[in-house]
Design a protein around this ligand. Sequence first.
Ligand SMILES: [Zn+2]
Ligand SMILES: [Zn+2]
Ligand SMILES: [Zn+2]
Length: 747
Amino acid sequence: MNALVDPAGSRSGLLLEKLMAAVRPEFRMPIFVPAPGDPALGGAECAVGGCDRMASTQRGLCNAHAIRWRKRGRPELVEFLADPGPVVRGRNQLPQCTVPGCGYGVAGKGLCSRHHDRWARAGRPDIGSWIVGAASVGTSRTECRMPFCALWIENATKVFCKNHDHRWRTAGCPDPDEYAADCRRIGTAHIDLRGISPQLALELQYALQCRHDDRSRTTPPQAVRDAIRQVQQAGVDSLLDYTEQQWRQAARSRLRQPGLFIIDARDAVETLRDGTGWEAEYPRDVWRLHKLPGITTGHGQACPRRRLRFDRITQPWLRQLGKRWLRLRLASGLGVASACSNVDALIRFSEFLTLAGVDRLAEIDRPMLERYLAWVNTLPGGRGAKKSRISGIALLLQTIRHHGWDDTLPATAVLLPGDCPSPTREVVTRKVAEHVMAQVESAANLDRWEDPACRLITVILVRCGLRISSARTLAFDCLLHDAQGAPYLRHINTKMRREAAVPIDEELETEIRSQQRRVLQRWPDGSPHLFPRPHANPVGAAPLGDSTYRRRLGRWLRSCQVHDQHGRLVHLTPHQWRHTFACRLINRDVPQEVVRVLLDHESSRMTAHYAKITDQTVRRRWEAATKVNINGERVTLDPNGPLGQAQWAKTRYGIATQTLPNGYCGLPLQRSCPHANACLTCPVFLTGPEFLPELRQQRTRTLTLIDVSRGNGQSRMVEMNQRILANLDRMIGEIETDQHKDTPDAS
Ligand SMILES: [Zn+2]
Ligand SMILES: [Zn+2]
Ligand SMILES: [Zn+2]
């Protein structure tokens, strides 16, 4: 079926040649030692000074030191590091004969074999007193070949001390220098490829080189060693002897680092052999999208490891047409998600053709398609899935006809736009109830986030209404400032694939700056992302994963016991915050056009959905309202003024989000008001007719306050309140005249 994947013969010879050319000398070592500090391959060294073993625990200690630390009752790490105890086993000289001046290794009772003999011949007296008078037995001054052992060798035929010699013999008497070097390497970061067939070793070296060059994942030497063991157990000569599926099965349990390394290595070797691009991928029945250049997700990132499974299409002719169609679609810029749903449509159609006993394109006519429509409606799945299963096939048939791919297609094989289920009319609101939002936004609950990055993402989602895909992929340099120095959050609208900006307040700006500092602390060379993925991200190139945030969000919601009005624990999706953000703004009378800009919707249709949801709220129109400042002067807000669209949105947004009991604060949200609690004397305070009752009440209260203060002789209070009274009088007067002018019937 697939002529290109031919495991035997000339192709493997060609592969060997390609491997020889590709693997660089520094990777072509029987024992590969990663450069210290290599972000992709180097295992970190133990935190204990002088210990060259690989750190294997989260605390940065090697196994031996971690065990010692646990035995001491897990003290503070600083305390432990100050006194880590003697050198760990395997780095230490073996026990030495207790007779002073004797450098031989111990044979028994703390004595070397010669002293032990003498002591036994002396009738086994008390050792403590015997050794004081014991004479020297040694002339051999040659030290053990083991680099950390200074014991004497037993005689001129030996190279190791008594006990190292024993170990060396047990190991089968290998080359002594090599044996010493091997012992020295135990526990350190290295990968041993000795004893592996030359081709397989080259393949593994090539895989290591790819991981090193790619720098997108951390590959601890321990994982590579486990992978090598698995490959050796499989008894193959090349990683390509097994299919990916076979390697997955060989890994048996859940695929962990070693198994993933093997699959990655196999993929790298196969790519080296076959190349990438359409010529290599098109003949395959499973297309790996990451092998096709130029295909990206909507987030502008390289394509993830998605596959298009044409092997699930039973009819060979449909499979061929489907592949041709998808190649055309992908080449013209179709997104990954749409391609996957097109292939899903093909698979479903194939299923139906099998059920209906259709095995030729010529048998597809309108009556048969109508049976397909009826069958699709019985499938599980939402309206969207059904729609794409119909529209996908409609487009396929249209393309076949348009390009003349197969003339046997009957003229009646047409699906019409009306065949798709009509879009839902009712608006489903996924807005989160305010009492749930109050729990989400409470500072105490936000502080329960263990991870400051996820805490900040949550705040950004709630306050800025971003999509989760935009928030987690925010660029490191995501702050912008306008001419007035007010901050904005720059983000990629992942749905429209364009850049957008939302106004933010100074508090959020400060939090973003702290996040930037945290990123630089962890990745001193910088990261392109504000929220880099915490694990397996040696150079910070990958952003936080979608599932990581959602998983942590779920955990956080449970830890905060966020519950609904019935006391049930709440399940929230990040997108609900976007709905909530939109509904809140519309409830605060922010004009739809401003909400559209803030949400960066392409058309006002989506924004209008939110407006419909909140139709029941009173629709006060800002444009119609008369705004009056404390001097009684009219204030107009000019959307066509010198401020750009976003800036204008910012001003309007600021007014609506800082509603005071008796008016609005004219300051953009970004500024903290220096006239706190003294709005009635504040030059930027704005009010309108809707606050007339409150203003009148306040006037009465102010008059009473002036009377009381005067009675108590508080002249400063009197003076202050008189200023407020004058302002209130001016504002009420202006609003009243204005109202009589506009609506003569108003009382
Ligand atoms: Zn250690
Ligand atoms: Zn001795
Ligand atoms: Zn020794």
